[in-house]
Design a protein around this ligand. Sequence first.
Ligand code: EVA
Length: 613
Amino acid sequence: MESLLYPIRNRFRDEMKLDGLWRFSFDREEKGEGDGWTKGLPKSAINMPVPASFNDFFTDKESRDYCGPFWYECDFYAPEKQEGKKTYIRFGSVTHRATVYVNGVEVGSHEGGFLPFVLDVSEAVNYGENNKLVVKANNELDETTLPCGNVSTLKNGKKLVKPYFDFFNYAGIHRSVWVMSLKNEHITDYDVVTDINGDTAVVKVKLVAASASFKLKGKVVLKDRDGKVVADSTFDMSDSNNTDNTVSGKCELTVKEPVLWDVKKPYLYDIELSVIDGEVIDSYEDKIGIRSIEIKGTDILLNGKPVYLKGFGKHEDFDIIGRGFNYGVAKRDFECMKWIGANCFRTSHYPYAEEWYRFADEEGFLIIDEVPAVGMMRSFFNFMDAGRGAKYTYFFETDTVPKLKENHLNAVREMIVRDKNHPSVISFSLFNEPETISTFAHDYFKDIFEYARELDPQKRPLTGALEKTSAPDKCQCYQFCDFISLNRYYGWYISGGSELSDARELFIEEMDQWKALNLNKPFVFTEFGADTLATEHKLPSVMWTQEYQNEYYDMNFEIFDKYDFVKGELTWNFADFQTSEGTFRVAGNKKGVFSRNRQPKDIAFKLKERWEK
Ligand code: EVA
């Protein structure tokens, strides 16, 4: 795998963002290749902003709901001085898959729409000239893709994507694109693990470089916020990994009286990593936090102290730009989360743009980082079917499973490699609401969890979000989780409105069953919420009004507070968001505590009061 390190610029490294206005064509007849689009798009191509989803720019349904292949193109200049070095193109994400061409030469492809990929284009680039970059993307879903879904064909022949999940299937180049120039021998990765012992911390670093030479030395320097060196080490890079032509080395740095990274007190150290062959030949700079995260009994311990998670399940979702990353939106979201007294969010239902994690490191937020394993149940409304006790076909019992699992393992690997060094990331979530009651599901997830455990150098707690069918007496997968994550809608999908008192009893019944299992693990509510129209008020309340959202939350809080093993509440959702259309969605999902344009509903003030206590 190529290096997933976030691009930076320094004495040895160059990067250029290709964000801006690209050219774009739908490929309705799937004739792009035949017509030579790999060398450049036809004159009829239109303008398209990057990063963004293409969907909501259009004023016609056919374009918004387009399903199939679509193409992007831009030009970039490769300076002569970069010749002889390595040139890479790095995509933050292309949803859901992409094949990339430089000057007509295919340079690689990637499956999965929520994680970065990096392609070596050194041989395809013309230095001292303009180069044509073409991307063929595709947004179709099936039961092997992450997330899962399928494609149906209308009587008029048009394809329509059918997600098995409750968010709009936005597509496009959603995150920044970079051209990077690196030296032939360069740093490809590093891991950092911090052990805290009284007033000393040991920072263990593993450094990996693309090189065939065992003579390289590695060097790590750690500086505090004022730029003062607090520890450094020089070491041999003598471990080789022949399968990917890298060498690596390790060191341990002792930091006396470290300032720990903590919630809302996010102290970050500068880390400078170098490789030396007589002289420094490459270096990489980043920021790290010294902190510990562990589960002890029913507690989640951050730096040895219990922490209660308060916050949200979110989406990357905004007006017009869809799922495209935008710093302004992220900034507003962090300001809203700070204002309300939250300390945590789950990247439901996919890993977000890397800038979110860098932001959270700086702002002192905790992240449950989720892989795009959503829709692993053959039901479009699993959140409702579950409440009705509907029966599912076993999802993990078909011949599509090996491919699905391969995609799932790949996404887990890419997510952990990308996000492992962020102090903000306190857990990896490996699924959202799959079928978990069959032995097939058990065997499937056993392997997924084992793989993630082995990969994460920090051995963070692992979890997965369970819906109602994954009941205490039926679920075969909760034991893989270090803390149990429940998505529950008592009072919404189950006994809503005037039946709220029944919902309360049913909720208690289920919680008592979990309690009786004596799992000695923390429980976190990773979803609970009620659809609420920001325009609606009614006394007495009915469902969908702001008054009902308040009553619903009051009932849920009463239950959470009753069970001392409940160690977190992440509401569904931070903000209203776009979904597929249907009789159950009023131009989207309205369970937001904030509206889609990030203004508070009444419930926001109740949460603020509770969370600030
Ligand atoms: C809901 N319920 O019904 C949410 C979905 C979410 O948006 C779930 O995990 O159980 C899902 O995706 O509003």
